[in-house]
Design a binder for this molecule. Sequence first.
Ligand code: ADP
Ligand code: ZN
Length: 733
Amino acid sequence: MSHAPVFFPPGARIAVLTCEPVGVLDYLAPEDGVRQGQLVLVPLGPRRVLGLVWAEGTGDFDLAKLRAVGRVLDAEPFSPGFLDFLTRAAEYTLTPLPLMLRMATRAPDIDQPPAARRIIVPGSGVIPRVTEARTRVMAVMAEHGGASFAASELAQLAGVGTSVVKGLVGTGTLAEIEAPRDLPYPALDPGRPGKALDGDQQAASDRLRGAVRGGAYGTTLLRGVTGSGKTEVYLEAVAECLAQGRQALVLLPEIALSAEFLDRVEARFGARPGEWHSGITRTERRRLWHMAGRGQVGLVVGARSALFLPFRDLGLIVVDEEHDGSYKQEDVVYYSARDMAVLRASIARAQVVLASATPSLESWANAASGKYARLDLRSRYGEAELPQMAAIDLRAEAMEPGRWISPTLAAAVTARLAKGEQSLIFLNRRGFAPVTVCRACGEQIGCHQCDARMVEHRFQNRLVCHQCGETRPIPLACPSCGVEGKLAPIGPGVERIAEEVAARFPDAKATVLSSDLFHSARALKETIAEISEGDTDIIIGTQIVAKGHNFPRLTLVGVVDADLGLQGADLRAAERSFQLMRQVAGRAGRISGAAPGVALLQTHQPDHAVIRAILSGQDEAFWDAEAAGRQAAGMPPYGRLAGIILSHPDLDVVSDFARHLAGLAAPLAEVGAELWGPAPAPIARVRGRHRMRMLIRAPRQAPLQAAISDWLAGVRLPTNLRLSVDIDPQSFL
Ligand code: ADP
Ligand code: ZN
């Protein structure tokens, strides 16, 4: 569908997509004319709003009364392919186009011209008088080599006052200079040699390089256990893409992965890539957005929203850990970055690499049907085997009351301590205890605003709602019956396991890794670095340890509750549990010359199909069985689902409206779709809003989006009622 951008001469009638709910409006092209895809400011009522020159104007609004475009922004025009992507992504996800435009322009001050600004650069580099604050500033400078900061941004990243930075400028350690804004990124050198690849790796690299050279669209599932060299292989595809003069994007599930990753890219290509995630400064965000459009950043490493950067010529998108739930955004715009990557690549004639040790069932099925290519890396690089896996049958263990580490697991930890090796104790539950109950009246302390229990966080000494984030001091007396001293924590969270570890292994150094215990991504990165240097004997962690980090001395993984996640009506409960357990177990490595790592899963159901599949290592058998079950039930990827989420502060308003809406659902039935619900959502209240859900299931080929649009067209929403459509939902809460 590629077409050259159209030029509109001064005074021509043009359609501009505004980022306001009104959407597309007609304007007159400005004095010097304007091209399709250019960003402009247009008058809207008394305001000026951001707009995108969309197409020739079509409205019948009187030409004489049309207002002219205010100003054309100094930014590269969006390519016709990118406009096409935004249109089709909007159609697929049933998102209004103005919201898509907002996603594609999420950079600060893009309406301001590039001007010089004062930034901090290295000076003599020597600190005359070393203080902790100064050292931290220099560490941030070193870590983000090549990035440009204002003094205040640098201070903020380092967690110090601006005066510390100014002080270092005063001593000549740093310098403050006038620099043009939005500098191009240093070029990466694709010609530098990578590591010598082994058989599977070489074959995979050859295939991917060939595909990228071909310059057509294609998606490849790259499968291999953690440590098999998937990153090494897809960096070869990146090298090929850069050699072709095109841009590459690597999506990663979370920031914590990127520190280690950026070093690797630098080692491979001699310079750092552009970074795009919530932890970067406003200056960098703006710079990267502009450079993506101008083709002056070769490789971008980013979180899911990097997919909406206006790349000039994207040749490759890698989605690492493609099964990861964080690729699905469920806020304002509901989209899956993995699926949208495939859409974008198909329009841009780019290649997609989906990398995972435990692919999603969707990707596995697409590879099985031949829609995607599949490449397997069969062994761990330089090693023959995965960790040994075994279940600990909790029914047969002599568990002490108030303790969650079984004697068998404790003995295994003791053995690692004796050898100076690390152990990881895994429990995917933050906080100290999931439930606080009053032993006098039985009351479970809940959130005032949500249908959720408050979780005790002992480090913070507060109760926290994991739905809305509300926190409260832990009360002395029961809020229901008023009796004091009877509130008791029930069940374990990681903090409670940490307490048990401290009691059982008083001489061991233990570290808890849980997202809520770190005030910044930087603090988390530092702790992870300390752990990989071996500064910890026992790691106690939630799922943030499951991903990507290499802990070379780690040889034992103990899963406190492998049953957590097996229950639950969620369609993907088994799949997710399988993936998570697999990923965690994969953390246990082998120290050269020693016995392989061991993963021990504490469970009450050692015969559960998922536990057996994890232990036996027969992934294909697990996926076959899951796929058969989904196919029989007409569930994704063999059928299609869409969720409708309605919320309102008043329960009657939302339930009446939901029933009314369900009564209008004839357009769904016409395409063979079924409607389930409305029913109160499993989380029936969040932040004071009552929530109802409906679920639509349709045959795979049904025109689901069109039917939903028909259904909702012309429906008037009661004031303050929110309605969201979630195509291909991952969460049903
Ligand atoms: P994955 O992405 O599958 O987890 P990685 O690419 O991160 O695997 O590889 C795991 C480790 O093994 C990394 O430290 C990597 O540098 C190293 N490695 C992988 N392949 C090779 C190779 N061919 N030569 C040298 N080191 C390798
Ligand atoms: Zn709450």
